[in-house]
Design a protein around this ligand. Structure first.
Ligand code: GUN
Length: 294
């Protein structure tokens, strides 16, 4: 039976470290602030945003939410971003994705001041990250690297297979894992929906990261004995036995894969809490940089 990689516990450790840092900053009259923009009523986005705001409050950060209807015009959205850019209380800006009109995403992300882009989605930060320069790292990939590091799982020389090529998880993770530093040095293979014979790749992996957004993407026959499995999926599947009518499941067939793997992240309680924690970390870092604090 695999060891459970408890993302929630690791996230709590990091949040305790951040809370202490936030207290120190408060003595210098610096309160890190997060500006949140939620457009539309998507229930999953609403629940992510609420979780992020609650985490800010618990860690001592200031947060301010602006909500716009799904019908909001491009200019209205840009206006909110520009106001956050100009607001000295705001150190980090989070525009929850997806936007109801996904065609707007690129220009909205590009409107965010790169120095406040705590999601690490602006092309400036993506480019800097890819070159290994100081940048805000995207929260989910960064959270995964922290789970591996703090669980003592060596990436150096390991073969990591990442399933998924999204701009927010798969693509940056592949890049970070391949970099020449203590969190990287892995040999990385990226698989996606057009990969033929995916199992041939995943069976070679020391570490498999499933970030496809589809339940049962990774099954037990697809991994080698003793592999480490990171499950990034957050899928809502109908479940009448639950009061809310659904349950959350990852991309991994958990019970069977856990029998064969050496370590695995659960859903919920694995990668999710780490994503939010790295957003807090980036916002604190932004406040420190913007105020020139020690
Ligand atoms: N939608 C899914 N994941 C994320 C994330 O990390 N940040 C934002 N802004 N939107 C998302």
């Amino acid at each position: 039976m695999a060891k459970i990689l408890d993302g929630k516990a690791i996230a709590q450790d990091i949040r305790a470290e951040l809370k202490a840092r936030v207290s120190e900053l408060k003595e210098k009259n610096i309160v890190p602030g997060l500006g949140v923009l939620l457009v539309g009523e998507d229930p999953a986005s609403r629940s992510y945003v609420t979780a992020k705001e609650r985490a800010c409050e618990e860690t001592g950060l200031y947060s301010r939410e602006v909500k716009l209807p799904a019908t909001a015009a491009h200019d209205e959205i840009l206006e909110v971003v520009h106001a956050f850019n100009a607001d000295d209380q705001i150190d980090g800006i989070l525009v929850q994705l997806p936007l109801p009109d996904s065609a707007m995403e690129e220009s909205v992300i590009e409107a965010i001041d790169p120095d406040k882009d705590v999601d690490g989605f602006h092309p400036m930060n993506v480019g800097r990250m890819m070159m290994g320069l100081p940048a805000f790292l995207p929260c989910t990939p960064h959270g995964i690297l922290q789970i591996l590091k703090r669980s003592g799982i060596e990436t150096s020389g390991a073969h990591v297979v990442v399933i998924g090529r999204s701009n927010i998880v798969g693509r940056p993770l592949v890049n970070l894992l391949s970099q020449k530093n203590e969190l990287g040095n892995a040999t990385v293979t990226m698989c996606h929906t057009r990969t033929k014979n995916m199992a041939e790749f995943t069976r070679q992996a020391d570490i498999v990261v499933a970030a496809a957004g589809r339940p049962n993407t990774l099954t037990a026959d697809m991994i080698k004995e003793g592999a480490v499995v990171i499950d990034v999926g957050v899928n809502r599947v109908e479940d009448e036995t639950k009061k809310r009518g659904y349950r959350l499941c990852g991309d991994v067939d958990f019970d069977a894969v856990a029998e064969k793997a050496s370590a695995i992240t659960p859903v919920p309680g694995g990668v999710g809490p780490m994503t939010i924690t790295m957003l807090l970390a980036n916002t604190v870092e932004s406040a420190v940089r913007r105020h020139g604090a020690e």
